[in-house]
Write a protein that binds this ligand. Structure first.
Ligand SMILES: *Cc1c(COP(=O)(O)O)cnc(C)c1O
Length: 220
């Protein structure tokens, strides 16, 4: 599996689902991957990457960004409140807004900075899994409204990671329905094992790691 294969499969899945060609973006998840694999994907021209840890991302991208300044970087893992400033300095998008205290911190910090806010997604825990980050579906309507109205966050979309041991389709349907109900255009769902299904259900960005770079050497 390579970048080219994954992009080809995304384009085919778009056609098959009657989606606009090119309407689905590929967020290449570079967490834990060795430098040479990431460099190869950059040299192939890819520019949209995802990372799940702030510190690890700082290290990796301080190395690559001087050479590839047009990279778009999204945080797709949990964000601790004490790392909000660092995250805003580094990332073009934050996909893991999952609690009031984080929404408040982001809101305060963004008000302090002028300039464009990053692309913001709320993470929904579609399977209500206790060990997983994200807002419970039962709380989602209220949380989305509060982020937008009370904290004045320019929310672009929703993100979810379905339970590993369940069929992903109902979770993708839930997320897409929630996004539609709130008039949110961007839906971040689909990983190496299920991105074609996610596209069928309306994903606008798939987060694909191992299918692009190869298996991760260290588990995360
Ligand atoms: C690691 C990770 C991915 C990519 O997983 P693969 O199965 O390697 O494609 C996607 N989304 C999140 C939030 C991740 O942490």
């Amino acid at each position: 599996m390579t970048l080219e294969d994954v992009v080809g499969r995304i384009r085919r899945a778009e056609r098959k689902s009657g989606r606009e060609p090119g309407s689905v973006s590929l967020c290449a998840v570079s967490k834990v991957q060795p430098e040479d694999r990431v460099r190869a994907v950059l040299e192939a021209g890819h520019r949209f990457f995802g990372e799940n840890r702030v510190q690890e991302a700082q290290q990796r991208w301080s190395l690559f960004r001087p050479t590839f300044p047009d990279v778009t970087l999204h945080l797709i893992g949990p964000l601790q409140s004490n790392k909000v400033k660092a995250a805003l300095d580094l990332f073009d998008g934050i996909e893991s807004i999952d609690r009031e205290s984080l929404a408040e911190k982001l809101s305060t910090e963004l008000a302090r900075r002028d300039g464009a806010a990053p692309t913001l997604f709320i993470q929904i825990n579609t399977g209500d899994e206790p060990q997983k980050a994200g807002v419970s579906p039962a709380e989602a309507d209220r949380f989305i409204d509060r982020c937008r109205e009370h904290w004045r966050l320019p929310i672009s979309g929703l993100m979810a990671i379905p339970p590993a041991e369940e069929a992903p389709a109902p979770h993708f349907a839930l997320l897409a329905g929630l996004a539609e109900r709130h008039g949110l255009d961007r839906i971040s769902m689909g990983m190496s094992g299920d991105f074609e299904t996610a596209i069928e259900f309306g994903s606008t960005e798939v987060r694909v790691g191992s299918a692009v770079f190869g298996e991760r050497v260290v588990a995360t």
